[in-house]
Ligand binder design. Structure first.
Ligand SMILES: C[S@@+](CC[C@H](N)C(=O)[O-])C[C@H]1O[C@@H](n2cnc3c(N)ncnc32)[C@H](O)[C@@H]1O
Length: 287
């Protein structure tokens, strides 16, 4: 049921702190922009009555939501091939100690080796996964950025201490990922079953994407909203609550709930909290 914008519930930052039900699942292994760990306390009540279903995330990113909700079965997709290659190797038993023993060398050498693997079509190897992890933990802000020629060009992060020798234990991921499938396609090629529970967290609708040719454009936002509107099972769609997004989701019959995201420091030093919207469908009214 569509609630009017005036009826939207605003949830403050104190109420939206991260939460997980028993703390047993491993934490997200990578630094990844746009993590939605803070949404878990809002998502858990929606997911819990549906926990017998498969969780599908067409934009899984850093896995903060899947690892927080801990589904038994999941289909996790992202268009980023390096991210998915890393998760697939993690599932197959990637060992951090092995990775780091081989990586005791300067950042830029590791970056060159990673780019060499990409240029020789070895981007899906275990070695590429090891290097991707190292670059993610060690590079500037965990960014994943490529130039026009497809060369990974993130600079060294200049951390005071880098604890890649006391790296986390990767073994718990093997168990957690047992019935999780990782795919690497554009979102609308993700094969859905009618009773899947979908949590979709596309890149934000920010003004400049309306004009950009690459990246996630406004047309992609519309395409994602329409694609999800056809799904007969439960859908939770998250985005920044811009006027255009609220209008789009409202016009397609989603129920909208506003959340206040944790404050982030913008490039102007402004700490204004951004409003986010959870657009749901095929969930019990008021859920
Ligand atoms: C906001 S992030 C998701 C963050 C995730 N929910 C988390 O908590 O870590 C959006 C993700 O969408 C992916 N993406 C961008 N365009 C895509 C597309 N066309 N199809 C599938 N994934 C896409 C990006 O690589 C990025 O990882």
């Amino acid at each position: 049921m569509l609630r009017s914008i005036a009826d939207l519930e605003a949830v403050g930052p104190a109420a939206s702190a991260a939460a997980s039900s028993d703390g047993a699942a491993p934490r997200p292994p990578l630094k990844w922009a746009g993590g939605k760990r803070w949404q878990l306390r809002h998502l858990e009540p929606l997911w819990r009555p549906n926990a017998h279903r498969r969780l599908v995330e067409p934009f899984c990113g850093g896995l903060a939501v899947a690892l927080g909700l801990k589904p038994v079965r999941a289909l996790l997709n992202d268009v980023n091939p390096h991210l998915i290659n890393f998760y697939r190797h993690l599932k197959e038993g990637l060992k951090p100690t092995e990775a780091f023993r081989n990586l005791k060398r300067p950042y830029y050498e590791a970056r060159d080796e990673f780019n060499e693997l990409l240029s020789t079509d070895h981007g899906n190897t275990r070695r590429a996964a090891e290097l991707f992890y190292y670059l993610n933990r060690t590079g500037y802000n965990g960014l994943c950025r490529f130039n026009r020629q497809g060369v990974f060009n993130v600079p060294f992060g200049r951390y005071k201490t880098i604890n890649y020798f006391t790296a986390r234990d990767f073994r718990p991921y093997i168990d957690t990922f047992r019935d999780w499938t990782f795919t690497n396609t554009d979102f609308d090629d993700v094969p859905l079953d009618p009773d899947d529970f979908i949590y979709a967290d596309p890149p934000y609708d920010v003004e400049f994407t309306h004009y950009s040719k690459g990246g996630f454009s406004w047309d992609d936002q519309v395409r994602a909203a329409n694609w999800l509107a056809k799904h007969p099972g439960p859908v939770v769609l998250s985005n920044q609550a811009t006027p255009a997004i609220k209008k789009l989701y409202g016009s397609l019959g989603y129920s909208l709930t506003l959340l206040e995201a944790p404050r982030r420091i913008s490039c102007t030093g402004d700490r204004t909290p951004a409003a986010e919207v959870l657009a749901t469908r095929n969930l019990p009214d008021g859920a």
